[in-house]
Ligand binder design. Structure first.
Ligand code: HEC
Length: 104
């Protein structure tokens, strides 16, 4: 019984740790590398975002794209969107995609 409990506690801890593990680093990367165009809220309503044609990541067609599409666009760039392949690791890009899904 005690063992079952500690395993349950461990699982709960791991689950709780997952958002935290991508959360802060991804939030910092987003803030320093992406927010000038995409906006802190992901809506792309910054002056640079409007000029470059950044789309709302929280609603509409861009938000309907899959995680795989977002990952590819972040790696390879698209039109005015810079490519981050080689500047960010696959792990960092994956975490950024998860982070952007939390923007409202
Ligand atoms: C210089 C401005 C700029 C910066 C900086 C920038 N982006 Fe973008 N991003 C864009 C533009 C413009 C588009 C739209 C490209 C298109 O579809 O023409 C875009 C598109 C995207 C898309 C696909 C959504 C869509 O519109 O289809 C993702 C995902 C994305 N960016 C992620 C990021 C991430 C992550 C970062 C930071 C690591 C970042 N961007 C930094 C300008 C920028």
């Amino acid at each position: 019984m005690k063992k079952t409990l500690s395993i349950a506690a461990l699982v709960a801890l791991l689950v709780a740790a997952v958002p935290a593990s991508f959360g802060q680093a991804a939030a910092d990367n987003y803030k320093t590398k992406c927010a000038m165009c995409h906006g802190a809220d992901g809506k792309g309503a910054t002056p640079a975002g409007k000029t470059m044609g950044a789309r709302d990541l929280t609603a509409g067609p861009a938000a309907k794209e899959t995680d795989a599409e977002w990952t590819t666009i972040t790696k390879n760039g698209k039109n005015k969107m810079p490519a981050y392949q080689g500047k960010l690791t696959d792990q960092q890009i994956g975490d950024l995609v998860k982070f952007m899904r939390t923007l409202k």
